[in-house]
Ligand binder design. Structure first.
Ligand SMILES: NC(=O)C1=CN([C@@H]2O[C@H](COP(=O)(O)OP(=O)(O)OC[C@H]3O[C@@H](n4cnc5c(N)ncnc54)[C@H](O)[C@@H]3O)[C@@H](O)[C@H]2O)[C@H](O)CC1
Ligand SMILES: [K+]
Length: 565
């Protein structure tokens, strides 16, 4: 499957059927996870029971992912703690369902360890690293297995790694044949809080997080080791106070699928909204097109491009689906009088995207200011043609209708940052899409400070500004007005190219125009954009050749997978 759709897995138990799913994938610190486990234990789900559920959940994923391969041999690297315990339960479960299961004890476990006893009884082969000094036994097991479970260290790690563990992890990392690596809770060697990672850490194909994603896995360099991230649901009592407190989430395809607008058969183009886009300048002629195409691919009914008049001639021929609103300009930059023209043409507009490719001329700065403040522009009657381009019930002169939900992007953000009190001027339900440089202009913080605390900064300011913020970059964070954070678990060089941001802004605005609330539009838009980048790189055989237009062309396949897979 091209699209990495993280999913939650449920262990099978009489009281919960498959398909039971938390609505959102929670992201937790190690301390939060410990508090959750402690509270669950007090509420009747014992630590031992949680480990059973964890191990069985892992086994279930192994069977569903790799059970159809030619041979079914699983080796687990087993540590001395509970992470190793999860691995032993998984091996026992797999052995009972017909797999050849092998436990490689990286660290000694108590000889009377009941989990080890049970595993042996179920037919699991056991070998201790202490008896395999030259690692020949491990090599043989690596060669005969199709799955390797990494259950050496979990949340109990204290870096740096002990030497004997580091040596074994290094050996596996460098081995010529390595089976599919499935990490239990985290790849062993990463710090689940900070994202630090020992160089020896074995890169996983799949990381199965127990109950919730550990926050360190969504930080660098740990993120480079996790492969696809999924959650094994431990079916803890829903009402745990410690669970309810979690305000950080990882976005997955299932969540995004629930945010897509319906496509009723009886629809007409009005059903899917009208998006007005004010973008572009002599310097950045293509930005409006990229944004508009992104929005149309998301299903919006009508896109109206408000551009500096001279741009329209060169753009129109390339884009028959758009309708146009010509704005007054100075040398092809939107001029201050553009605000009045726009305000008079917003009556049926359901969302408004402002910013891509606007440039930074003074007159455009005044345009942004005038747009946000209801103050009329110094009244010079705009030239012929600017006010009467549509059949769409323009407002009478003098009225200043409220702006629809706004996506403010790129140059628009930098110009907005210069307007006093801008957060209060944003219409409700708006979305800001800054990259770290633009976030710096908005907040006054240094880029390095923003990058070092991406989530904290995004959430603090989203709350302060009472607006949704998409802080772009690897990994993109969406911060909600109430301070919740949503993380897109994708980092790809495919999206590091001019025009990529214009496409994202168009996708988000396209969803907003179709009536999705700001947070949903932002979460779904950022996720779809990221997946489209991966998909485009996949189609083109690498990230280097991906153009922003390729990302747009990949959107349909991402949407198809969301609806039908
Ligand atoms: N607690 C629960 O109820 C559940 C936990 N689950 C799983 O358990 C792990 C966390 O288990 P814990 O025993 O606390 O820690 P670890 O297994 O990660 O490892 C502890 C073990 O390792 C030694 N150690 C620590 N740092 C190093 C190092 N740098 N080098 C070598 N050895 C190190 C330490 O001394 C201990 O002996 C969690 O991740 C889950 O996988 C279950 O999921 C269910 C409930
Ligand atoms: K592990």
């Amino acid at each position: 499957m091209l699209i990495g759709r993280p999913a939650e897995y449920n262990f099978s138990s009489p009281e919960s059927g498959p398909g039971t799913k938390e609505a959102e994938m929670q992201v937790v610190s190690v301390e939060q996870m410990r508090a959750i486990e402690k509270e669950a234990d007090e509420r009747g789900v014992s630590f031992a029971e949680m480990m059973e559920r964890a191990g069985r959940g892992v086994a279930e994923v192994v069977v569903s992912e790799y059970g159809d391969e030619d041979w079914r041999v699983v080796t687990a690297l087993v540590g001395s703690g509970n992470n190793g315990g999860d691995a032993l339960v998984a091996l026992e479960t797999l052995a009972r369902s017909g797999w050849t299961a092998q436990a490689y004890l990286v660290r000694p476990r108590d000889e009377k360890d009941p989990l080890l006893e049970r595993a042996r009884t179920a037919g699991v082969l056991v070998m201790a690293a202490a008896q395999d000094k030259k690692l020949h036994g491990l090599q043989e097991w690596l060669e005969n297995s199709n799955v390797l479970l990494d259950g050496v260290l979990g949340t109990g790690i204290q870096l740096p790694l002990k030497e004997e563990i580091a040596a074994i992890l290094k050996y596996v990392s460098e081995a010529e044949t390595v089976p599919h690596v499935v990490a239990i809770d985290c790849p062993s060697g990463v710090d689940c809080n900070t994202g630090e990672a020992a160089a020896e850490t074995i890169p996983a194909e799949l990381t199965l997080c127990m109950q919730a994603v550990k926050q360190g896995l969504l930080r660098f360099p740990a993120f480079e080791k996790v492969g696809e991230l999924r959650v094994v649901n431990l079916e803890l009592p829903e009402k745990l106070a410690s669970l309810k407190k979690i305000d950080e989430f990882m976005v997955d395809g299932e969540q995004v699928a629930g945010y897509l607008p319906e496509r009723p058969m009886t629809a007409h183009k009005g059903t899917f909204g009208t998006l007005m886009i004010a973008a572009g300048s002599t310097y950045y002629i293509g930005a409006p097109l990229l944004a508009a195409r992104g929005a149309y691919r998301m299903g919006v009914g009508l896109v109206r491009l408000a551009v500096a008049a001279p741009l329209q001639a060169s753009l129109a021929g390339q884009f028959p689906e758009a309708t146009w609103l010509l704005l007054p300009d100075e040398m092809g930059m939107i001029a201050e009088g553009g605000a009045e023209v726009l305000r008079k043409n917003l009556s049926r507009v359901t969302a408004f995207l402002v910013g891509p490719g606007l440039g930074a001329e003074e007159t455009t700065a005044s345009f942004i200011k005038n747009l946000l403040t209801s103050a009329e522009t110094p009244h010079q009657a705009p030239s012929f043609g600017f006010l009467t381009s549509q059949e769409e019930g323009e407002v009478e002169s003098g009225e200043s209708p409220k702006l629809p939900p706004l996506v403010m992007d790129a140059d628009g953000l930098r110009l907005m940052a210069r307007v006093d009190g801008w957060p209060e001027l944003l219409p409700p339900g708006s979305v800001l899409t800054p990259h770290p440089g633009e976030m710096s202009a908005l907040t006054g913080l240094e880029v390095a400070e923003i990058q070092a605390n991406r989530q904290e900064v995004a959430c603090k300011f989203a709350k302060k500004w009472k607006t949704t913020v998409i802080l772009k970059g690897a990994l993109t964070v969406i911060a909600a007005e109430d301070g919740r954070a949503y993380i897109i678990p994708v980092a790809s060089a495919a999206l590091a190219k001019a025009g990529s941001g214009d496409v994202l802004a168009g996708i988000v605005a396209g969803l907003l125009a179709q009536g999705r609330p700001a947070l949903e539009a932002a979460v779904a838009g950022a996720w779809i954009h990221a997946q489209a980048g991966l998909e485009a790189a996949d189609q083109l055989g690498g990230t280097a050749p991906v153009l922003a237009s390729d990302v747009i062309e990949a959107i349909p396949r991402v949407l198809w997978a969301l609806r039908f897979e």
